[in-house]
Design a binder for this molecule. Sequence first.
Ligand code: TXA
Ligand code: MG
Length: 340
Amino acid sequence: MSGGSTSLAPTLDAAAQAQIARAAAVLRAGGLVAFPTETVYGLGAAAAQPEAVRRIFAAKGRPADHPVIVHLRSANEIDTWARTVPPAARALAAAFWPGPLTLVLPRSAQAHDLITGGQDSVGLRCPSHPWAQALLQAFGGAVAAPSANRFGHISPTTAAHVRADLGERSDATPTAAVDLVLDGGACPVGIESTIVDLTADVPRLLRPGSITREMLAAVLGHAVAEAGADAPRASGRLDSHYAPRTPLELVDAAALPARINALRGQRLALLAPAAAPLDGGSDLALRLIAPADAADYAQRLYAFLHELDAAAADRILVVRPPHGPLWEAVQDRLRRAAAA
Ligand code: TXA
Ligand code: MG
């Protein structure tokens, strides 16, 4: 857990610094930059420029009423974008920023309708990834950024994922919507930030992530509530999201041999623990080994889904991972990937 709201001092080499400087110039000019965060790659635009934010929606093919998260350099900027900040929000920011936590707060006048999706709230997060921090510092302002994938597609955890899904402007592709993709390697957390709504009396969990409800409760002194039907819109809460194009099915480990048998004749791509029973005989299009550790699993989940999807199988089978606090976010993303 990172402490306080001080920003990290990124140690990036000269080539990386040059890329960051270019990216900051693109943002100032109203362009789009894909950049790594500790969770997934974001597709960023200058948050204070509505026309720039509008380009994010066009690039993603995303409905205009879905809000985007505003990325901040530090917790000092909360009050620029939120008009009221309850003590619980300050406590969570102090405990988990910079880091993979998004706070939904009553918006300020600065948070225009394109950022809020026309709602009265704004999502704020201070990322810890050194490239994201360096970009925010070089740009000198807030960056609006959803995940850098087309609407409904799998979130990107590498620069290659971004380029494959959205493209990048170059002489060969002069009309690509994304002006620049910063390559900072694979994202260390691998799944999107935990989102907590602080606009009601009791903080509510809108999206589980690597900051678990237990970690939130330890700071708040009480449990977070569940998001009810009246919760704010969040595309990550749609039943079908984060989905590969190939149909994905979750299977209990014990039922796997029978399921594989029943699907004989279909090309199957499988994600299962090393010890999962297969009963031999089947020739799989792809077999990936699921990590036993929840953080490892989360970090590699979207790369697994991209790879399983690329296997040109008829169906993807994923052995249901264990239950328990550390697995909640992985379970959540797999459920949505299966709901397509
Ligand atoms: O880890 C992350 O959060 C990544 C990185 C790039 O920061 N971003 C991300 O953005 O996952 P996106 O847009 O793909 O998902 C953000 C979620 C969406 O479901 C959006 O609806 C929700 O946050 N959100 C943003 N502002 C909100 C608000 N004011 N009220 C409710 N939900 C909000
Ligand atoms: Mg997304």
